[in-house]
Design a binder for this molecule. Structure first.
Ligand SMILES: [Cu+2]
Length: 159
């Protein structure tokens, strides 16, 4: 069968690109361990206020300089509203929503999560620089959305 040379070249290029794509996906999955999210932590969204640890939102010290921040998001705020952590503290945020979908972003860090009712989402950050950090809701959640924020004060005593 006659096939022009340019067509053979393009078929070869397409085949190489496809093979590279499959190789990338295979390396990502089997060597680097990238998998779809699984085993999500779920709670009853109607019982957030009575489900530990969200019945007592706040900081729990879990190591010499490590804290769990169990937080709730609701229209239009976060519980607790202020966190005090020492400089150099690693904070593991565990956040769930009491009502609708909210956002949880700390500008200037890698912490940026969607907070769905019924799910517990987690992210960690180590606060090496003292100062005030803002927690913002970045998912429109209603008429008071622009007021929805909390503060992390780094450099005070842990409370
Ligand atoms: Cu919001």
């Amino acid at each position: 069968m006659y096939m022009p040379r340019s067509e053979k070249v393009w078929i070869t290029i397409g085949g190489v690109v496809l093979a590279a794509f499959f190789a990338t996906v295979a390396i990502d999955a089997f060597v680097m361990g990238a998998t779809p999210p699984s085993d999500p932590k779920m709670i009853d969204p109607a019982k957030v206020s009575t489900t530990p640890p969200f019945d007592k939102p706040g900081l729990v010290q879990v190591g010499p300089k490590e804290y769990d921040a169990n937080m709730t998001a609701f229209t239009f705020g976060f519980g607790p509203n202020v966190l005090n952590v020492p400089v150099g503290a690693k904070v593991n945020f565990h956040v769930t929503s009491k009502d609708v979908v909210h956002g949880f972003e700390i500008p200037g860090t890698d912490v940026n999560m969607m907070i769905d009712p019924g799910f517990v989402n987690s992210a960690s950050h180590t606060f090496d620089k003292p100062g005030k950090y803002l927690i913002l809701c970045n998912e429109y959640c209603g008429a008071g959305h622009q007021l929805m924020m909390a503060t992390i004060i780094v450099g005070g005593d842990a409370k």
